[in-house]
Design a protein. Structure first.
Length: 132
């Protein structure tokens, strides 16, 4: 995002909103379980309704993309990400920019898709800077 630590943690400018408002536990292999559905249903709509000035959502990961993009999300991460400009330029408000989840599991995807760093990240940084 190319923001300072002070900017990132300024709650008047940036909201970091988890999909589940509680830790969902771990599966048998030690990975995190999916966010609990009732958390998003119960809390997200209320929270986002209370933020009418919100202009941009960075939807990091499939659960956030499902919630914020709904049917506009592709069947795969690749499909969703290749349509990032369409999502960002959509008439819907707030605008939504899908991002891969910041997990080591996505390193292979990032390596196979150098356009993400070359094309999307500069636009993301420019938009965030403009909004701050």
């Amino acid at each position: 995002m190319a923001v300072t630590e002070d900017e990132f943690y300024d709650e008047a400018r940036v909201a970091v909103v988890p999909m589940g408002f509680c830790f969902p536990g771990q599966d048998a292999k030690g990975g995190d379980l999916p966010p609990r559905r009732e958390c998003a249903t119960l809390w997200h709509r209320q929270l986002f309704a209370a933020l009418p000035q919100l202009e941009l959502v960075l939807a990091a990961g499939s659960y956030a993309q499902d919630f914020h993009l709904g049917d506009a999300r592709g069947k795969t991460l690749q499909e969703t990400m290749l349509r990032w400009r369409e999502h960002l330029e959509s008439e819907r408000r707030p605008r939504v920019l899908p991002l891969p989840h910041p997990s080591w599991r996505n390193n292979a995807w990032l390596t196979k898709n150098p356009w993400f760093e070359a094309e999307l990240l500069p636009v993301l940084r420019q938009e965030v800077r403009r909004l701050l």
